[in-house]
Design a protein around this ligand. Structure first.
Ligand SMILES: Cc1ncc(COP(=O)(O)O)c(C=O)c1O
Length: 365
């Protein structure tokens, strides 16, 4: 075998080729996607309505925005839709033209990637391992440097799976408002949290026009290929910017159609939440009792684990798991995670058990 290349979390094809495993046989513990797959109801409706490809989507996405408005409890006039949350993150960062942005880390790398393109200064405030990656709001607010005009955070956060409660976000937003700072909150993983109303910032968008909340269907609704994301904000400036700078029909007609069905599929939503909440509690408990690891209370559909046994690296664990056709995330590429960390998402119970057995065998417990 040639020298092992560096893999990114979504490099399934590269990994399959390198380890000579058919990609469909790999259990994707690194993708953070709902293991139930797309809802059967949505699949049936999609296949019966494929002719919609022959139409342009409604340019204003009126029906889709109405559905999002009901799903989130906000006015349709505060909703933007886009090609995955990625497009809206990118457009927001372009619109802000930040001179100095603060990113709450360690986190998803795409924010800094986009910020680099606009050329402003970027600095990080990192969640602390000794505080189990839970935010100390006062300390965070004290760290805001003068001249900061944008704060970006992910809630629940990838990769720590920690979450910030709405009461804390409110303090953060009030302070940001006083300092004339815009805040972007990525809620890609919000539907997985035990109590959404305790964590989401969506209700705060009515009160704070310096806030945008960005969400999508890639993870919870198992539809990363659909590329449907949405944003909620009362910022007239941003909504106006989209009218000029966003490509028309940036979300295709299949995405708009399926997106609506997904958000209305209460049975699927309930089934997913039940599975993830149950498995998350079970795995968290198992890991707390496993020697050689430290685990942090997870709020998303994934768990961050620190390897505490001397001589065992995240790369060793990745290697051991992939040899058993399980692909986890080796977190060594996340900046500001010092030590050996792995992240894996919650899959079906029998797959989760297999991963736990692999972990225990590697750690010799
Ligand atoms: C925190 C976070 N935000 C956004 C995305 C991308 O989402 P989308 O597929 O909606 O563009 C990801 C994908 O891994 C993510 O982890």
């Amino acid at each position: 075998m040639e020298k092992k290349p560096e893999f990114h979390g979504s490099d399934l094809e590269k990994i399959a080729e390198y380890y000579q495993i058919p990609p469909e046989e790999i259990i994707k513990f690194g993708a953070n996607v709902n293991p139930l797959g797309i809802s059967e109801k949505v699949k049936e409706q999609l296949s019966a309505n494929l002719d919609i490809i022959s139409n342009y989507p409604d340019r204003s996405y009126t029906s889709l925005k109405r559905t999002i408005s009901e799903y989130c409890g906000v006015s349709p006039s505060c909703i933007a839709v886009g090609n995955g949350s990625t497009e809206l993150i990118s457009l927001l960062i372009k619109q802000r033209q930040s001179k100095k942005a603060l990113v709450l880390g360690p986190t998803y790398s795409e924010y800094e990637h986009e910020l680099h393109l606009t050329g402003g200064e970027i600095y990080e405030y990192n969640l602390k391992e000794c505080e189990d990656f839970c935010l100390n709001t006062r300390d965070f607010l004290d760290s805001i440097e003068s001249g900061t005009d944008l704060i970006i955070l992910c809630n629940p956060n990838n990769p720590t799976s920690s979450a910030i409660r709405q009461v804390e976000l409110k303090k953060l937003l009030s302070e940001a408002k006083k300092l004339n700072i815009f805040v972007m909150i990525d809620e890609t993983y919000i539907e997985f949290v035990p109590d959404i109303s305790e964590i989401t910032a969506v209700p705060l968008t009515a009160q704070y026009d310096n806030l945008i909340v960005i969400r999508g269907v890639s993870k919870f609704f198992a539809a990363p290929g659909l590329r449907f994301g949405y944003g909620i904000t009362c910022s007239r400036e941003f909504l106006q910017f989209l009218l000029i700078h966003q490509n028309p029909w940036s979300l295709n007609s299949i995405g708009a159609f399926a997106g609506e069905l997904m958000l209305k599929d209460h049975e699927y939503i309930q089934k997913t939440r039940q599975l993830i909440c149950q498995e998350r509690d079970r795995l968290f408990h198992l890991l707390q009792n496993m020697s050689g690891v430290k685990v942090y209370k997870p709020y998303g559909n994934f768990i961050l684990v620190r390897l505490m046994k001397t001589g065992i690296t995240s790369s060793d664990l990745f290697e051991a798991a992939i040899k058993e056709k399980m692909m986890i995330r080796d977190c060594s590429s996340f900046q500001a995670l010092e030590g050996e960390y792995i992240r894996f998402c919650i899959m079906l119970p029998e797959d989760n058990d297999r991963l736990m057995r692999c972990l225990a065998a590697q750690l010799g417990t």
